[in-house]
Design a binder for this molecule. Structure first.
Ligand code: XMP
Length: 326
């Protein structure tokens, strides 16, 4: 498939159009790979999940998915990837828990871009190691989408480090969604039967919670980000805000403040809530969140997350603040 979207290509906006696209791609994938094996790094994000589901339909166990848990994923994410792809879709899924390896490499590293670089490089290394164990893999599948090709994805170009495994030779790339825009990928994901929370989930940076646990990452602070983020997401879901706010998450800065719990002074970390709306991530506005919802989130975080004595709400638009804190 060429890298240019033909003008005649209809925008995939309905189940019928998505079904037709899926049939077309199944035929194209079968023709491209024959009886050979295909490798895919499956993060659980919408793009790689849609590619996985398409390839499973087309070639079943000839697809080998590798899910690398770098220890910086949100609560429940690796479990959901295993449940959906291994248990429900019967995929050939290799799960690598590389948490210790990443966190050891990141220990004491404060500089954000250095953290990103380590995460990106280590990811490629882990993926390459898994690929090398499988000596008969011929193709590499990727969740490239059209904005990646157009390079109108300033976010990816700006932030993402790493890339393709360089030392391994593949016969070719399988990129079945490379002419689709994000909204079309979601319609296809729906038609493939992927769970809604996977298909419509908010953007999540490659370095994951690593850039929300500012400064040098510690396991303790990482747990505070993960738990507070899970509470925030749950409350946004319950309040019907999940589809209305572009990105909402928590940050735990590398900083403490004094508080009082059970009549004792406690010096503990604090949580920052960020909830923004944007069209292209270049600028962002603050979404007014109902006070009751904020109150409930604060209550839950200070009672359910030990080690947190204070919750702040970041009201800064972009510019001058970026969406992430690092
Ligand atoms: P900022 O913080 O630059 O973020 O306003 C804009 C958008 O980019 C996401 N982001 C990243 N995505 N790798 C990614 O894949 C990264 O290193 C990264 N850093 C930020 C951020 O979540 C927001 O959607």
């Amino acid at each position: 498939m060429a890298d240019v979207r033909p003008e005649s290509m209809e925008r995939i906006s309905t189940k019928e159009l998505a079904d037709a696209f899926i049939e077309e791609q199944i035929a194209a994938i079968k023709a491209q790979v024959g009886d050979k094996k295909v490798l895919l790094a499956l993060s659980g994000g919408v793009d790689s999940s849609v590619v996985a589901a398409l390839l499973i339909k087309a070639i079943g166990k000839q697809l080998v998915c590798v899910h690398v848990n770098h220890g910086l994923l949100r609560k429940g994410e690796p479990e959901q990837v295993i449940e959906v792809f291994r248990n429900q879709m019967d995929a050939n899924l290799i799960y690598v828990d590389a948490t210790d390896r990443f966190l050891d490499k990141l220990a004491g590293v404060e500089e954000p871009e250095r953290k990103r670089k380590i995460i990106g490089e280590e990811f490629i290394r882990v993926f390459e190691e898994e690929a090398r164990k499988l000596d008969d893999v011929d193709f590499l599948a990727q969740g490239t989408i059209y904005p990646d090709i157009l390079e109108s994805g300033p976010v990816k170009a700006h932030h993402n480090v790493g890339g393709l495994p360089e030392d391994i030779h593949f016969e070719g790339l399988v990129e079945p969604i490379k002419l689709l825009f994000k909204d079309e990928v979601r319609v296809v994901g729906d038609a493939l039967g992927l769970p809604a929370n996977m298909v419509y989930r908010q953007p999540f940076p490659g370095p994951g919670l690593g850039v929300r646990c500012t400064g040098a990452i510690t396991r303790e602070r990482l747990a505070l980000v993960r738990e507070s983020d899970a509470i925030l997401r749950e409350e946004f879901d319950k309040a019907g805000l999940a589809g209305k706010v572009w990105q909402y998450f928590t940050i735990v800065p590398d900083c403490k403040s004094v508080g009082v719990k059970h009549n004792m002074r406690v010096v503990e970390n604090f949580v920052v809530i960020r909830a923004v709306n944007t069209k292209d991530a270049m600028t962002a506005t603050i979404e007014p969140i109902p006070y009751e919802v904020l109150n409930r989130i604060v209550d839950r975080i200070i009672t359910e997350v030990p080690g947190i004595n204070r919750v702040l709400y970041d009201l800064t638009p972009k510019p001058s603040g970026t969406i992430e804190w690092e």
